[in-house]
Write a protein that binds this ligand. Sequence first.
Ligand SMILES: Nc1ncnc2c1ncn2[C@@H]1O[C@H](COP(=O)(O)OP(=O)(O)OP(=O)(O)O)[C@@H](O)[C@H]1O
Ligand SMILES: [Mg+2]
Length: 183
Amino acid sequence: MVICRGKGSSLILEQVLTCSKMRLDPFSFFPITNPVAMRKLGGVIADASEPSSVIYLQGDLGAGKTTLVRGFLRSLGYLGHVRSPTFNLFEVYQIKTKVICHFDLYRLTNPEELIYIGISDYFTEKNICLIEWPEHGKGFLQPADLVCKFNFIPGKRGRDVEIIATSSKGRRMLKKIIQKKDV
Ligand SMILES: Nc1ncnc2c1ncn2[C@@H]1O[C@H](COP(=O)(O)OP(=O)(O)OP(=O)(O)O)[C@@H](O)[C@H]1O
Ligand SMILES: [Mg+2]
């Protein structure tokens, strides 16, 4: 039995579904009304993350992916500026004993280019990789533990973030995220 939480349910009700029977990965929706709350969600994900976690960040331009990464890094203790790695594809942050690799593959025209930047070197047992636009690197990336899908809400300023656990590590992480998230 796996716990799933459905849309709009984060604070209201918890649906318990037998996801394995339905061949669904466990997921949860988080209504994120502003950038501060988006950074907070990033911090909650950081607290739940484990070494070698791979987190895909999917959503349209301006959906809030980098904002979430800023919160993730800040909560681990990084105090510097977090640049969006749109042009150089990635930034690496050494924070105490942790190494966080932040990719933005939006400008990648051919996923094979990832071979030339030595992409496999970044997927280590220690590193945590956060990847914006992972669909542009299809076939050359490590599978995700968590997939975060960012959606605009029609007529509103906030975003909905759906977090899907796609591995056993991801399921442990999602459980912790659900326990800690209070926005
Ligand atoms: N939950 C939110 N509600 C309203 N605005 C938000 C929210 N989260 C982030 N924003 C704002 O949206 C804008 C774009 O955010 P951000 O740069 O993080 O998007 P992105 O998904 O990384 O875009 P890109 O695909 O271009 O890299 C920023 O001005 C940010 O402050
Ligand atoms: Mg971005």
